[in-house]
Write a protein that binds this ligand. Structure first.
Ligand code: AMP
Length: 172
């Protein structure tokens, strides 16, 4: 449901043409995160579809970390990071996935009780590869990925065809 606070929050997402490379239209959520009312509104909107169904939030590097922190505190859960390969001191699993050009690897530590219900969080859903790989990582470590949620879904890129069902607060 769109509220005035959410409508205002959406206006705070900036679109930066040709960043970080020509042809990419970069969605910058930093102005939204910098606004207390907007941050609170999107945090609650990201929790709503999953309220009571998750034990922990997994934030995906890097902008997913900020949203995961807000969601975890508001929902009363903990959080864990999913990071690019080589950043975590005790990685327990790694998944490699295809990018438009080349590939990327992400890692996660085994810091949760087995079977923990994990809500996966990122800022933007583009092609869906990152969320699909993150869900695989969570499953490989014996956790239960109960949901995927993003702030903004780039609908034209059809990321859902790769990552499956996902909740998004905004569509662009
Ligand atoms: P993808 O795996 O293609 O769905 O890409 C999602 C990841 O890349 C997320 O972590 C986003 O932060 C980032 N990303 C991809 N495309 C964009 C974009 N146009 N604007 C901002 N972030 C993006």
């Amino acid at each position: 449901m769109t509220t005035p606070a959410l409508a205002r929050a959406e206006q705070l997402i900036a679109t930066i043409p040709d960043f970080p490379q020509p042809g990419i239209s970069f969605k910058d959520v930093s102005p939204l995160l910098a606004d207390a009312d907007a941050l609170r509104a999107v945090t609650e909107a990201m929790i709503d579809p999953f309220r009571g169904s998750f034990d922990v939030v997994a934030g995906i590097e890097a902008r997913g970390f900020s949203l995961a922190g807000a969601i975890a505190v508001a929902a009363g859960t903990g959080l864990v990071p999913i990071r690019k390969a080589g950043k975590l001191p005790r990685p327990a699993a790694q998944v490699t996935y295809d990018l438009e050009y080349g590939s990327a690897s992400i890692e996660m530590q085994q810091d949760l009780p087995e079977g923990s219900r994990v809500l996966l969080v990122d800022d933007v859903l583009a092609t869906g590869g990152t969320l699909a790989a993150s869900r695989k990582l969570v499953t490989e470590l014996g956790y239960d990925p109960v949901g995927l949620v993003v702030l903004l879904e780039l609908v034209a890129l059809d990321g859902r065809s790769i990552c499956g069902p996902v909740e998004s607060v905004f569509a662009g």
